[in-house]
Design a protein around this ligand. Structure first.
Ligand code: NAP
Ligand code: GLV
Length: 308
């Protein structure tokens, strides 16, 4: 019985070594190596290559190595009869909160504008705004959205959230389609932290952006397909939105010909808002493997019907 690590990047070997060092009794394989595939009971995956899961006939569960599991649920080779687990980790939450705070502060103080002015040797003492001037709305009040709301609230921002179901939280949380218009109207900054599901795909569209205050600022740190790219460009070009910060894209890496690269009011980071820290989450992966083997319920199970 063993674990196979399947990733689309160069971190597979590091994960294998880390899991092996923490649990020397568990065989851990890089999916590209040759080993008896029928031994594998858990696949630990991050955007694994298409078709790679079909090699394992005796899987008991699939462990996602990040918070989002959309890439697992979309995979026709991921047996719908076995559990899917995701990562829940305090660093994943605090890193996301710090990223969002940094981007909102850069927006308030015009730091991207000044960086671009420097490239043109342009002295431009533009006016700036204060924390008290902005209301922040967070779409998705789960593990990450709640952490973002906490840090922004402690920093002095007026914060509200939106989720699928009602919440008893320290900030006002609107819910469901009925709660969306009031939530949007009060969001000078809109932070998207929804999971990608059939319900949320394309939710950041022209009709939603229309509901924001004039000149709002959008931050999408969830998944690229939540956004309708052309609708964002149109909203920026008409001034309905003043700027957008995007960390996630339909296609990653973002293709060189994409309009976002050239747009002056689109700020881009390469899916680094919050990256799983292997040292911090390896123990939960190992606990989940042992739970699967021993027939106990694993931690951080996702609900396939909800899609997250
Ligand atoms: P989570 O704990 O599962 O929370 C999801 C939140 O979204 C919940 O509040 C849920 O509402 C809400 N939601 C889901 N579907 C909805 C709908 N149709 N309408 C309204 N609200 C809806 O997820 P998380 O751990 O916070 O992570 C969120 C996402 O962040 C991940 O799925 C991933 O895609 C993304 N992410 C990105 C990065 C990055 O580096 N850019 C890093 C980590 C994660 P309920 O509370 O009512 O269920
Ligand atoms: C990163 O995008 C994650 O889902 O953890």
């Amino acid at each position: 019985m063993a674990i196979a690590v399947l990733r689309n990047d160069d971190k597979t070997n590091a994960w294998r070594s880390l899991l092996r060092s923490k649990a020397p009794d568990i065989p851990v394989y890089d999916y590209k190596d040759s080993f008896p595939k029928e031994e594998i009971r858990m696949a630990a995956v991050w955007k694994h290559p298409a078709g790679s899961l079909s090699a394992f006939p005796n899987l008991l569960g699939i462990q996602g190595l990040g918070a989002g599991v959309d890439f697992i649920l979309e995979d026709p080779d991921a047996d719908p009869g076995i559990p899917v687990m995701r990562v829940v980790d305090p660093y994943l939450a605090s890193d996301m909160a710090e990223y969002v705070l940094a981007q909102i502060m850069a927006y308030l103080r015009g730091l991207y504008v000044h960086a671009s002015d420097k490239g043109q040797k342009k002295w431009n003492p533009a006016p700036y705004r204060r924390i008290e001037d902005l209301r922040v709305g967070i779409m998705g009040m789960g593990q990450l959205g709640t952490a973002v709301a906490g840090l922004l609230g402690r920093t002095g921002f007026r914060v509200q959230g939106w989720a699928r179901t009602p919440k008893n939280a320290s900030v006002e949380v609107y819910h469901g389609p009925k709660g969306l218009p009031d939530f949007l109207q009060q969001s000078d900054v809109l932070v998207c932290l929804l999971p990608l599901t059939p319900e949320t795909q394309g939710i950041l569209s022209a009709s939603l952006l229309e509901g924001l205050p004039q000149g709002a600022f959008l931050i999408n740190v969830a998944r690229g397909p939540l956004l309708v790219d052309q609708d964002l460009i149109d909203a920026l070009d008409t001034g309905r939105l003043s700027a957008a910060c995007l960390d996630v894209f339909h296609q990653e890496p973002l293709p060189r010909e994409h309009l976002f690269w050239e747009h002056p009011n689109v700020w881009i980071t390469p899916h680094v808002a919050s990256v799983t820290d292997p040292d911090s989450v390896a123990d939960q992966v190992i606990r989940n493997y042992r739970a699967l083997i021993e027939g106990r319920p694993p931690e951080n199970l996702i609900d396939r019907r909800k899609g997250y």
